[in-house]
Design a protein around this ligand. Structure first.
Ligand code: IPE
Ligand code: IPE
Ligand code: MG
Length: 250
């Protein structure tokens, strides 16, 4: 399956779901599913980079995920630390810039230290960006952005009369990241679960039944092919989007 490079999404965001069910189907502990999920992260990061996709955002831990059993939360944080430690060298070699969105300051110290080190070590790269959504929630993001915006207004750095989406968006965690073109959710659930609610305003959504540990480059390519078939109208009509043949142009 091949998609013309100009038809590919520049930014893919993925809700990596189904690790627990993958493990349950095999009578394994849930953490085994998360472990396998980490291997999929590696494969899909490589695949998107090789395709020439500029941004990949992965929803790795939501603000709501703290409500899981302590043992699972601990294991997920351990895996995150392991992933960052293991992958930093490869990210440098592959010129991957790592960014994080979410309430990073609330992550356990060991994870935060590793994360900050990995981001620092890769900050000079520009071709490909991997964004990890960690302790991320779209609603907490709006609250944090509103607070930062209000502080800027109070300090005279922003004028309320000039407020616009273009101004406000600079206070989101994603200030320096373009909006996703395509959002994929694995595992058959058709919901957004508090992920990039504002940034995905005009994203295309693809829901696949495949569980995250089973998600492959082939499924990624199929999603890209489906994306290329869609017409993004941004409120306009289909006719408005078609180029007028020059013979008919006024
Ligand atoms: C996604 O898999 C990983 C995280 C949310 C951290 P799940 O753990 O949600 O897997 P299911 O939905 O229980 O199968
Ligand atoms: C969304 O998956 C969060 C991540 C993938 C990190 P969940 O499994 O937490 O979502 P719900 O609870 O099914 O909505
Ligand atoms: Mg889930």
């Amino acid at each position: 399956m091949s998609v013309a490079p100009s038809q590919l999404p520049a930014h893919i965001a993925i809700i990596m779901d189904g690790n627990g069910r993958w493990a349950k189907q095999r009578k394994l502990p849930r953490i085994e599913g998360h472990r396998r999920g980490v291997e999929t992260v590696r494969a899909i990061t490589d695949a998107t980079r090789e395709l020439g996709i500029r941004y990949l955002t992965l929803y790795a831990f939501s603000v709501e995920n703290w409500k899981r059993p302590e043992e699972e939360v601990g294991a997920l944080m351990g895996l995150l630390e392991f992933f960052l430690k293991r992958e930093t060298k490869a990210m440098i070699k592959n010129r991957v810039r790592l960014l994080a969105i979410g309430r990073i300051h609330e992550l356990p110290e060991r994870v935060r230290t590793q994360l900050i080190a990995a981001m620092k070590a890769t900050e000079r790269f520009t071709d490909y960006t991997l964004v990890l959504a960690l302790n991320y929630g779209a609603r907490t993001e709006v609250v944090d952005a509103a607070r930062a915006y209000a502080t800027a207004v109070a300090a005279g750095k922003e004028k309320l009369n000039d407020s616009s989406w273009e101004t406000f968006r600079r206070y989101l965690y994603t200030a320096d990241i373009p909006d996703p073109d395509l959002v994929i959710r694995t595992s058959g659930e058709s919901r957004v679960s508090n992920f990039l609610l504002l940034q995905a305003a005009y994203a295309e959504f693809i829901f696949t039944p495949v569980l995250w540990p089973d998600f492959t480059k082939g499924e990624l390519l199929a999603a890209c092919a489906e994306f290329a078939r869609r017409e993004r109208r941004y409120g306009q009509t289909s006719e408005q989007l078609k180029p007028v043949p020059s013979a008919l142009a006024p």
